[in-house]
Write a protein that binds this ligand. Structure first.
Ligand code: ARG
Length: 464
């Protein structure tokens, strides 16, 4: 049998016995929700000011409470605050300390609210801060990708499908593909922020309150656009956290794709890029090794981030309205996902800023694998008036011939070419270089240096 304590000072009125120690352990959230201390105190200060403005509290009580809360905050931020598990969570820890500091008025703070709207408010404010941090982090990463694009609008590299050489592309174009992805991540973050910015405060336990509170005033003080319109929904909703996690999951998926490319590209077999020493590690046994650990960790972070999304979806699934204690399980994984996301964005930003593309191996790989075969087929369509399907067939025969002779397409002689199709002329060689290939891809959104420069200019304008 574990120990039982005397009844809880905050809600123990109807209890003869205190909770079992195990009950206390499963019930307490203070071990993690102390991360919302600042938001909790901000919310309480706004609530106290509103209670005074509406005449529910005296001005002097509200002032004492608001000042006392600042003292509590400085104790927490200064690391001198003694958190108590018996007081369950951040809300009751703060209030209990306020009582010690200011006495009787502290007991009036909880008028017209409940921990249910309080925790919903705190968590929303916390997640909103994270969305803002993510907005800044994504923007910074986009800028370094644009800078990378600028370093090589005409640097040629292989473009892949199925990780097989497909057609030559430009380094700048590849970098800008990530800018597009991150641009969508950014717009998702901004959408989520706009949608979540409603105040639950004043929904009280679930039904609203009989006190003449002013919800617009607290919403305004906390930077919300408006109070949430339905008190039941206000305390039961965790969509904002789910949307944040889904923004994180998609963004982490994008980072994992570039991370994987970096792992491949930095290998001795590819040598497409050099990752800086600052973002690599060595091996304790193999002196020659330089490992892309940061990239590998970035490739892996999506696991825990998406795990958090799945976890919260499972917690919320099937919960009857309104608040249930299940919802205390909403926080830890969101905290972990947020930390992982911000660290990932910072690490990727540092790594991309330092990254050096290696033009020679990139060009050599771009020219290998018959990468200009499509250009040859297109030439046959344009210059010999062939239907594309036939041109595809003729080109296939030429690729086969080059393969048999163990050479590249531009190494075939004109006589070789004409033995496959008599209409081929010397002019065909002009389209078989990788430079000619990328330069010809001038369609909007294409890889030509010209189009890439336009997109770089556009993004620089957007990102400021
Ligand atoms: N610690 C709780 C949580 O995180 C606060 C809300 C408690 N509300 C309640 N009715 N017991 O969810």
């Amino acid at each position: 049998m574990s120990e039982t304590k005397s009844s809880n000072a905050m809600w123990g009125g109807r209890f003869a016995d205190g909770p079992d120690a195990i009950m206390e352990a499963i019930n307490a959230s203070i071990g993690f929700d102390q991360r919302m201390a600042r938001q909790d105190i901000e919310g309480s200060r706004a609530h106290a000011a509103m209670l005074a403005a509406t005449g529910i509290l005296t001005d002097s009580d509200a002032e004492v409470i608001r000042e006392g809360l600042l003292t509590v905050l400085s104790e927490i931020e200064g690391g001198t605050f003694a958190f108590s598990t018996a007081l369950e969570d951040i809300h009751m820890n703060v209030e209990a300390r306020l009582k010690e500091l200011v006495g009787e008025p502290a007991g009036r703070l909880h008028t017209g609210r409940s921990r249910n709207d309080q925790v919903a408010t705190d968590f929303r404010l916390w997640v909103r801060d994270q969305l803002d941090a993510m907005d800044a982090g994504i923007t910074a990463l986009m800028k370094v990708f644009v800078a990378q694009a600028e370093a090589g609008p005409d640097m040629v590299m292989p473009g892949f499908t199925h990780l097989q050489t497909a057609q030559p592309v430009t380094w700048g174009h590849h970098m800008l593909a990530y800018v597009e992805m991150l641009g969508r991540d950014l717009s998702r973050v901004r959408d989520a922020r706009a949608r979540m910015n409603e105040s639950p405060l004043g929904a009280a336990a679930l039904a609203g309150t009989g006190f003449p509170i002013d919800r617009d005033m607290t919403a305004d003080a906390l930077g919300f656009d408006r109070p949430a319109a339905n008190s039941l929904d206000a305390v039961a909703d965790r969509d904002f956290a789910l949307e944040f996690l889904s923004c994180c999951s998609i963004c982490a998926m994008h980072l994992s794709r570039f991370a994987e490319e970096l792992v491949i590209w930095s290998s001795a077999q590819f040598r497409f890029v050099t990752i800086s020493d600052r973002f690599s590690t060595g091996s304790s046994i193999m002196p020659q090794k330089k490992n892309p650990d940061a990239a590998e960790l970035l490739r892996a972070k999506i696991g825990r981030i998406t795990g958090a999304l799945m976890s919260l979806l499972m917690v919320m699934k099937g919960l009857p309205l309104t608040y249930s204690k299940d919802m205390q399980e909403d926080k830890e994984q969101v905290f972990d996902a947020a930390d992982s996301m911000m660290l990932s964005l910072a690490a990727m930003t540092g790594m991309v800023a330092d990254l050096r593309p290696n033009p020679e191996p990139l060009r050599a790989a771009a020219a290998a694998g018959f990468s200009t075969a499509t250009d040859l087929a297109d030439w046959l369509v344009r210059e010999a008036g062939m239907p594309f399907r036939e041109a595809h067939h003729v080109t296939g025969a030429l690729v086969k011939m080059a393969e048999d002779k163990d050479c590249d397409l531009p190494d075939l002689t004109l006589a070789d070419m004409q033995s496959v199709h008599e209409d081929i002329t010397d002019d065909v060689y002009s389209v078989l270089t990788v430079e000619a290939s990328v330069a010809s891809r001038r369609s909007y959104g294409g890889t030509s240096p010209e189009r890439v420069r336009e997109q770089i200019a556009r993004w620089k304008e957007v990102l400021g």
